[in-house]
Design a protein around this ligand. Structure first.
Ligand code: MF3
Ligand code: CO
Length: 249
């Protein structure tokens, strides 16, 4: 069952999303050479508590941190750790904000110092694909239209899409229906209705789409060791078009 949200509920989610977006903007200045992902995790944790919000990932299915921090060939669900970030690294920080019981989810990839043209190109294409997907989040369209927009763009740019991790409905729980695939055919899949709130969160790899699970039991890594990037927004589907609840104004 896809839970439809009222305008009032979407408004509440927008407040959670604004805190999340402001936290990402603050992170963009902190993600620099020498900082560790555990320090970034603690920064996010404090940022949210100071604003009356909580990090919803902490304790979710036993996950121990506020954020996931995935570096270079790490695809997603990377565990924050004490290793300093180096010049040229890319890191994706993903977290979910709970404000008064309403959740929003957004991930962003950051480059540290001077990153390679290849890494820049990968990040740019992944972000662009997210916005191509969001453009399709219109009442009357189907889920396959979102997947198709992202897939076509990935193919055009020569990147592969990780299939194992998908977007999802979100509201009072992190993962609600529907499942939002980042590949698909136009005019297929469930119809998008007014009041649906979903995440769109494509992960692009430089090499093959295949992944493996790291020895910590959480971190997903590219199978071929190539770079991976991810961008994610929480999006409300309204009669006036998609509203990005986590946009970094
Ligand atoms: N933010 C992730 C998502 O997009 C959820 C991570 S679950 C965790 O669905 F347990 F790893 F935190
Ligand atoms: Co998500």
């Amino acid at each position: 069952m896809v839970e439809i949200k009222s305008d009032k509920q979407i408004e509440k989610m927008k407040h959670a999303g604004t805190i999340l977006a402001e936290c990402h903007k603050a992170l963009s200045k902190k993600v620099t050479e020498g900082i560790t992902t555990i320090e970034l995790d603690q920064f996010v944790d404090r940022f949210l508590y100071e604003r009356g919000a909580t990090p919803a990932q902490k304790g979710y299915m036993g996950y121990p941190f506020a954020t996931c921090a995935s570096v270079n060939n790490e695809v997603c669900h990377g565990l924050p750790n004490r290793k300093p970030l180096k010049n040229g690294d890319i890191v994706t920080i993903d977290f979910v904000v709970n404000l008064n019981g309403w959740l929003t989810d957004s991930a962003w990839s950051y480059g540290i110092g001077t990153i390679s043209p290849e890494a820049q190109r990968l990040m740019k294409a992944t972000k662009k694909a997210l916005y191509k997907g969001i453009e399709q989040a219109q009442v009357g369209n189907r889920l396959g239209d979102i997947g198709n927009a992202i897939q076509s763009y990935a193919e055009k740019k020569g990147y592969s899409i990780v299939r194992e991790f998908i977007g999802h409905g979100i509201g009072r729980k992190i993962h609600e229906e529907p499942q939002v695939h980042h590949v698909g055919d136009r005019n297929t899949g469930g119809k998008l209705k007014e009041g649906m709130v979903i995440t769109i969160e494509p992960i692009f790899n430089q090499g093959t789409p295949f992944i493996m699970l790291g020895s910590d039991g959480w971190t997903a890594l590219t199978f071929d060791g190539s770079l991976s990037a991810q961008y994610e927004h929480t999006v409300a589907i309204t009669k006036n078009g998609p509203i990005i609840l986590t946009e970094q104004a």
